[in-house]
Design a protein around this ligand. Structure first.
Ligand code: FES
Length: 593
């Protein structure tokens, strides 16, 4: 990054410049191009802001400088581009003193943070990956807090699209794992999040403002109304109800309870995406501040009311009516929770997870009921469900269709969302438990329906004291081998073994998570890969460095290995931006004279 400086350097005599038309000065961190055009002198960064081609090789006509690489055009005086994908070229102050041309070799921005804030806004508005990458780098270098950048992007995404989308989910998922990422990876994570939000909003109609009701009904009435409007798919009514709940000052837990109850009016809606988006909107508010609740939270309502429930699909009705099974047990839940209330030291999470992986849906429901009777809170059930769903992924058989990975993934990320929402709702009000547990029941049935994915089950490495001594032992070599495995297709089992090797040797889980994050961030990852990584990190946090934690990270690694490598085009954009921002030469060969 350029630092502000008052230094001017001598470029040459005005006569020499007039004769040659252009000169290049090597000052500061970048070469400066000085151009004489129709009686005036201009100075700008000699590296094209697009891909760094030397602008001295460009042509000037009628005050317009054209780069000869991809033909981006720039206003010579301001450096502003006519081709937004190329970005503006920085200009430098220039003075003619006693027949000599002096150039200040630093940028003209008085406020770097404000400049890059505006550039990010432009990049988002026009979906310009390179501009977004540079702005992200510039803001981080200017010391803008990561949370502030996430807030800017999140609010842009909420306002410029009619509903929460994939981009905001990716942004939130990546922002959640920023604390475990090294600095360089944080830049990549924020870039990916922002570019996906921009892509989501590109060409979309902006969101329309809606207002809360003039009254302030009690929380129970608002919760009932939200369920009612969801059932009849009345989006406007549901949004106004939610806005009223926010305006009435309902706590995040109360809002979560109301939305969770409405969402679970339908079973496993939109294959779990609808609940996942709701959970991510809550997590986004944790990151950017709850003062933005009215701007962000209602964006999930459109999908929630429109979502297709699993009760509409044959698999949930035949040969066993799973929806009826869930509804029957719901009527017993209040009594079961009341019975289990005295024993709050329930710790059968792992054992319950194994029962949830059974092949008899009635026995699965019975296992949940028994856990409640024994004192399990809703969030406990969510944790067991999420672990069981992670095991589905960890044991995903290689003989399955590749597309089936998404079936396993959907259940896992849904279960993680159920767990997070139930944790947020808490245990204070037993009345909330009954509707809350519907999400667990739906997740358990989705897990049951996905049982074929583990027939036969893939072996989980590291179990039973397996040492895996044919693999490297030191953490750096294991990490390199893991990344190497991700460089090649279908290295699912090797990736799982390397994760097991790392953890069974007692190496740092944080280092392993950073490697897995790097493996995602260097790819043109699909939406699900980001979800899988983040949900895995969350669930690992619940279990810690245990056998269960190892199984969860193995699930993440197996899924990522099945979806790597990709073209890595986004990484190239991010690298180009980084090198341009650091004053590097992208076209050294072309630029050498
Ligand atoms: S337009 Fe100049 S490098 Fe692409």
């Amino acid at each position: 990054m350029d630092a502000p400086s008052k230094e001017f350097v001598l470029a040459g005599s005005l006569e020499e410049l007039k004769i040659k038309g252009r000169l290049v000065v090597h000052g500061g961190h970048r070469p400066i191009l000085v151009i004489y055009d129709r009686g005036r002198v201009f100075a700008l960064d000699n590296r094209c802001p697009h891909m760094g081609f030397p602008l001295e090789r460009g042509s000037v006509e009628d005050g317009i400088l054209t780069c000869h690489w991809h033909h981006a055009r720039f206003d010579l005086e301001s450096g502003c581009t006519f081709d937004l994908w190329a970005d503006d070229v920085p200009i430098c102050p220039v003075e003619v003193r006693n027949g000599d041309v002096w150039v200040k070799t630093t940028l003209t921005h008085a406020d770097f943070a404000a400049h890059w804030h505006q550039r990010l806004a432009n990049g988002l508005a026009h979906d310009l990956g390179l501009v977004i990458a540079k702005a992200m780098h510039g803001q981080l270098a200017a010391g803008v807090p990561q949370a502030e950048i996430v807030r800017e992007v999140a609010l842009f995404g909420a306002q410029n699209r009619d509903g929460w989308g994939v981009g905001l989910t990716i942004l939130t998922a990546l922002a959640n794992i920023l604390p475990v990422l090294p600095e360089e990876e944080a830049y990549l994570a924020l870039f990916h999040g922002a570019r996906r939000v921009a892509a989501d909003c590109d060409g979309e109609a902006p969101r329309r403002e809606r207002a809360p009701l003039g009254s302030r009904p009690d929380p129970a009435a608002l919760k009932r109304w939200l369920r009612r409007w969801t059932n009849v798919r009345h989006r406007e009514a549901a949004e106004r109800t939610l806005l009223t709940a926010i305006a009435a000052g309902l706590s995040p837990a109360e809002l979560a309870d109301a939305l969770f109850a409405a969402e679970t009016e339908r079973a496993f809606a939109d294959t779990g995406h609808s609940l996942d988006f709701i959970n991510k909107a809550f997590e986004c508010l944790d990151l950017v501040g709850w003062q933005h609740a009215a701007a962000l939270l209602p964006t999930v309502v459109g999908q929630m009311v429109a979502a297709r429930g699993a009760e509409e699909s044959t698999a949930w009705r035949q040969p066993v009516d799973l929806v009826a099974l869930c509804e029957e047990s719901t009527s017993e839940l209040a009594d079961l929770f009341a019975a289990g209330r005295g024993s709050r030291d329930w710790s059968g999470h792992a054992a319950l997870a194994q029962e949830l992986l059974g092949d008899d849906p009635a026995r699965i429901v019975d296992a949940l009921k028994e856990a409640i009777r024994a004192g399990a809170a809703p969030a406990d059930l969510g944790q067991s469900l999420a672990y069981a769903a992670a095991l589905r992924v960890a044991r995903f058989g290689n003989a399955n269709e590749h597309a089936d990975w998404e079936t396993a993934h959907h259940v896992f990320t849904y279960a993680n969302a159920v767990h997070q929402m139930l944790t947020r709702i808490g245990t204070a009000n037993i009345d909330t438990h009954v509707t809350a547990v519907r999400g667990v029941l739906h997740g358990a049935m989705a897990l049951y329906l996905a049982r074929y994915l583990n027939v036969p089950p893939a072996r989980i490495p590291g179990d039973g004291g397996e040492q895996l001594d044919d693999l490297p032992a030191d953490p750096e070599t294991i990490g390199a081998a893991l990344l190497d495995a991700f460089d090649r297709q279908r290295q699912v089992d090797l990736a799982a073994s390397l994760v097991a090797r790392h953890l069974t040797l007692g190496h740092s889980p944080q280092a392993l998570i950073a490697t897995l994050a790097h493996a995602v961030l260097r790819e043109d990852a699909g939406f699900h890969a980001y979800q899988m990584l983040e949900a895995g990190v969350r669930q690992f946090g619940a279990w810690g460095d245990t056998d269960e934690g190892r199984h969860i990270l193995i699930a993440v690694a197996r899924y990522l290995a099945a979806h790597s490598p990709t073209e890595r085009a986004s990484l190239q954009t991010a690298d180009s931006a980084r090198r341009l921002m650091r004053g590097g030469e992208l076209h050294q060969e072309a630029g050498s004279s």
